[in-house]
Every structure is written in structure tokens, then in C-alpha cells.
Write a protein that binds this ligand. Structure first.
Ligand code: AMP
Ligand code: ZN
Length: 152
């Protein structure tokens, strides 16, 4: 009996879908993207070394790498190596790991020279928060005045 796209309640896409001969999930909503992990998740693939990234810091449990589309002179993403869809599920499932993400973000701010002038730490969460990658991540932004928190 071949595996099907709904096996184990997670989306099978890309190479996994090709292997089992199914099409990807038809309704690619943020909710469903939130269920991605492993080979379906971009940041899990960076952790696995399958997709290259410019790593600036690594611990046993976290990884920090430069954003591919920087919005400021310094723009680093800090992620837990373990997959959690967003910061809320991360904090609920593993509060110690959430603290380690914060610690790595602080260390990145120091090593990137952002401590003196300040910086911004953002967790975009869900559709209203503009989250695009559903693996929890903090944005560390700095290197110039960042302006008001929201464009109005
Ligand atoms: P968010 O909108 O908060 O989910 O942020 C996702 C971020 O991931 C965006 O700022 C993207 O530019 C960034 N991003 C997407 N793909 C990559 C990649 N392969 N390497 C580094 N950053 C990426
Ligand atoms: Zn992931």
C-alpha cells in the first residue's frame, strides 16, 4: 500500500510527493503550511544542510543565518533547529528552547555590532503578522535607524 499525501497528517510535497506519486496539498493555506516539517520545510532543510545559508552563529539547538532578502544592513534570522511552526507553538512546546533562540539572537546582536545603537527583534506570526516561512524564526534587524515600527 503506497503512502498517500495525508499519511501521518502532514503534507507531502516536492521530492517526497514525487517518490510516492502524489500531487502536493491542493489548498496551500498558511494553516496547512504550518504543518510542514522535515523535507517539506525550508528552514529544516537549511538545518539539514540541504539548502545553503550564510551561517553567522550556531549552537547545539539554534542556528543564525543571513536573510536572503535583507531589509536592513544587518538582517539575520535565528531559528531553533527543532521544527516548530511559529513562536507561540515553540514557546508552548519547549520554553527552554524559546529562551535559547532569544539568547542566540542577543549574541548575534552583539557580534554584529548592534548593541550600542540598538536593533529590532521580530517574530512575524501568522497571516496578520506576515509570516511566510512556517518554522519559528526571529529577525534581527539593525545597522541603521529602522524608523517607526509600522509603516502608516
Ligand atoms: P517571515 O516573513 O517572517 O516568515 O520571514 C521569512 C524570511 O525568510 C524572509 O525575510 C525571507 O527573505 C527569508 N528567506 C526565505 N528563504 C530564505 C533562504 N533560503 N535563506 C535565507 N533567508 C530566507
Ligand atoms: Zn522546519
Amino acid at each position: 500500500m503506497p503512502r498517500r499525501w495525508f499519511d501521518r497528517g502532514r503534507v507531502v510535497g516536492g521530492r517526497a510527493a514525487a517518490r510516492v506519486g502524489v500531487r502536493p496539498w491542493p489548498g496551500d493555506t498558511p494553516t496547512m503550511r504550518g504543518m510542514e516539517s522535515g523535507s517539506d520545510c525550508l528552514f529544516c532543510r537549511i538545518v539539514a544542510g540541504e539548502i545553503p545559508a550564510t551561517v553567522v552563529r550556531e549552537t547545539d539547538t539554534t542556528l543564525a543565518f543571513r536573510d536572503i532578502n535583507p531589509q536592513a544592513p544587518v538582517h539575520v534570522l535565528v531559528i531553533p533547529k527543532e521544527h516548530h511552526a511559529d513562536v507561540v507553538t515553540l514557546a508552548q512546546a519547549n520554553p527552554a528552547l524559546a529562551g535559547e533562540v532569544l539568547g542566540t539572537a542577543a549574541a548575534v546582536a552583539e557580534s554584529e555590532g548592534l548593541r550600542a545603537d540598538g536593533f529590532r527583534l521580530i517574530f512575524n506570526t501568522g497571516p496578520y503578522g506576515g509570516q511566510e516561512v512556517f518554522h519559528a524564526h526571529a529577525h534581527v534587524l539593525g545597522g541603521e535607524p529602522l524608523g517607526p515600527m509600522r509603516a502608516r
